[in-house]
Design a protein around this ligand. Structure first.
Ligand SMILES: [Cu+2]
Length: 160
């Protein structure tokens, strides 16, 4: 007889637990903690420790696309790519001239060829040398070339 009561009690208890969980889940997904702080009692009233602020991924600063760094290599009087792509905003081209004793640069123009307006260029310098060119570009098509070797060193930069 006693055993029967115990089983019933357990079943009821489990049922209560289940319904309690169900209610909690359905009612409010964010648990609310209440803290009782009694300032009168001097023996270490518990202060709620604030939850650590969640780490939010840091977005690149500056509105409108942030900053993009593009790598461009000059080797054997060729660029390693004739297609670059970046979102609009601040675009930095890191040009690595690996041709010892040969002058190269990067010169960027609006449009699809060097007839467009120049938007920026590095100095013509003999390699090996690393140069950076930082531009603020709107969406569009841009052309880049080495002014010393435009026939073999050129490409299209697409800004989206
Ligand atoms: Cu060149």
């Amino acid at each position: 007889v006693k055993r029967g009561i115990l089983v019933v009690a357990l079943v009821v208890f489990a049922g209560l637990l289940a319904s309690a969980c169900g209610e909690t889940n359905n009612a409010d997904p964010t648990p609310v903690q209440t803290w009782k702080i009694t300032p009168a009692s001097g023996d270490g009233a518990r202060t709620p420790t604030p939850a650590p602020a969640e780490e939010t991924p840091t977005q690149p600063s500056g509105g409108g696309g942030g900053e993009t760094v593009l790598q461009l290599v000059g080797l054997n009087t060729l660029f390693d790519t004739d297609e670059l792509e970046a979102p609009a905003g601040t675009i930095t081209i890191e040009f690595d001239n690996r041709d010892g004793g040969i002058v190269h640069n990067v010169h960027v123009f609006e449009g699809e060829d060097a007839n467009g307006e120049s938007v920026g260029a590095t100095e013509l310098e003999a390699g090996p040398i690393q140069q950076t060119l930082t531009l603020e570009l709107e969406p569009g098509t841009y052309f880049y070339q080495c002014d010393a070797h435009p026939a073999t060193m050129s490409g299209i930069l697409t800004v989206t």
